[in-house]
Design a binder for this molecule. Structure first.
Ligand code: PLP
Length: 402
């Protein structure tokens, strides 16, 4: 499958780079007739990640933090080195102070913060801001903590994050009005998993002031674009390793350890997911070598092409960010996710039709919170192995449906 001749001019120079990377995804190259367009759910794995797992299991598989023989020591070192790698990958300016805790994904990361840290931080009368139109993984843990604290006589108010209706962006001006001295914790999302936009989280700190703790759901940004905790001034970052090219059942939560009590995930957690952690290290190395800035440029260009193409088709409504990706536009921050509906065809049915043409997309409510979209939609989510040809073919199939 090729990119030319339709390659958008701004990413033409990435053509060869992209072909070389695509060739490293065995599941993708084995199925040239299929297009995997569901990387927001979980990502495909490049060969070096698979090789790292195979090598580890056939050379030094052991438990971590227990035995004293070489395989065990090596496993312990791999786990600790991967913690450092996560810090580096997130551009951590003070790695000696931060904590990295491995999880099965973003949901468990956010839930660990909610369960093991938040109750020690909040006091009666405090407020927390919850992004009620984001992924449920970034809503339910916070309201569960609220209920848990209420049973102990500590009453915390949940403030619903305000949104701009048309784009699905946060309304930072309204948030600044809502936030007061008792607003102590703010949960936000980096890239929205339905609306596809970068949520401008660098503006959240300005809206909520210097003391509030900000917890970032980075499920759709880590592995897709450069994420710098130095630049964002957030306190927690939770992400899914499996969406960043590592094995299923992997993820991490990074904690700055600067505001509030230390983040010390509670209890005896038993044997870590050593194979998953090995795969995460290999995935982060691969992403670094590939360049997350270039991966971002590539997927953003494909998403822009799809958004523009859909806008030309009367039967489709694009959900969330609607304009294409002019860098100077105040609204266009669409990343590699495009969600849409057909005027007459149910999204679930559209999913079946698209698969009959070889396209694997997601068609449902996408686990969005109760303040999110009322009806189902089709989501296309991209990674570096996707091609311009796939997008053009998708647009022609969609166009033929009227
Ligand atoms: N947050 C967002 C924005 C997501 O898109 C997802 C995954 O779909 C999650 C959280 C949950 O991630 P995981 O399934 O790895 O726990």
């Amino acid at each position: 499958m090729t990119n030319s001749p339709e390659l958008p001019s701004d990413v033409k120079e990435l053509d060869e780079w992209q072909r070389a990377l695509r060739a490293q995804f065995p599941i993708v190259t084995a199925h040239p007739d299929l297009a995997y367009l569901d990387s927001a759910a979980t990502a495909q794995k490049p060969r070096p990640v698979l090789d790292a797992v195979q090598t580890y299991l056939t050379t030094s598989n052991a438990n971590a933090g227990r035995g004293t023989y070489p395989w065990a020591n090596r496993t312990t070192a791999l786990v600790e080195q991967t913690r450092d790698l996560v810090r580096e990958f997130l551009d951590d300016p003070a790695p000696e102070r931060s904590a990295v805790h491995f999880t099965s994904g973003t949901t468990e990361g956010l839930r660990t913060v909610a369960r093991d840290w938040l109750p020690n931080f909040l006091a009666d009368g405090d407020e927390i801001v919850v992004p009620v139109a984001d992924h449920r993984a970034n809503i339910d843990p916070w309201t569960e903590t609220q209920r848990l604290l209420a049973r102990q006589g500590v009453h915390v108010r949940v403030v619903a994050m305000p949104y701009q209706q048309a784009s699905g962006d946060y309304d930072h001006t309204a948030l600044a009005r809502l936030a007061g001295p008792r607003t102590r914790f703010v949960a936000v999302t980096h890239v929205h998993h339905v609306y596809g936009g970068d949520m401008n989280v660098h503006r959240i700190r300005g809206a909520v002031g210097p003391d509030a703790v900000i917890c970032l759901d980075a499920a759709q940004s880590v592995g897709h674009l450069p994420v710098s905790v130095a630049g964002l001034d957030v306190d927690f970052v939770a992400f899914s390793g499996h969406k960043a090219l590592a094995l299923p059942g992997t993820g991490a939560v990074w904690a700055r350890q600067a505001r509030g009590p230390a983040f010390v995930p509670g209890g005896w957690s038993g044997t870590p997911n050593t194979v998953g952690i090995v795969s995460l290290a290999a995935a982060l190395d691969w992403l670094r070598a590939a360049g997350t800035d270039r991966i971002e440029r590539w997927t953003v260009a494909l998403a822009a092409r799809l958004t523009d193409g859909l806008r030309d088709l009367d039967a489709y409504e694009v959900v969330g960010c609607r304009t294409s990706l002019a860098a100077d536009s105040p609204v266009q921050r669409r990343r590699g996710i495009v969600t849409f509906r057909h005027r007459d065809i149910r999204s679930g049915d559209l999913g079946f039709i698209l698969f009959s043409h070889g396209f694997m997309v997601r068609c449902d409510h996408h686990c969005q919170g109760s303040a999110g979209e009322r009806s189902e939609s089709v989501r296309v989510s991209l990674h570096v192995h996707n091609t311009v040809e796939e997008i053009e073919r998708l647009l022609s199939v969609l166009g033929a449906l009227g």
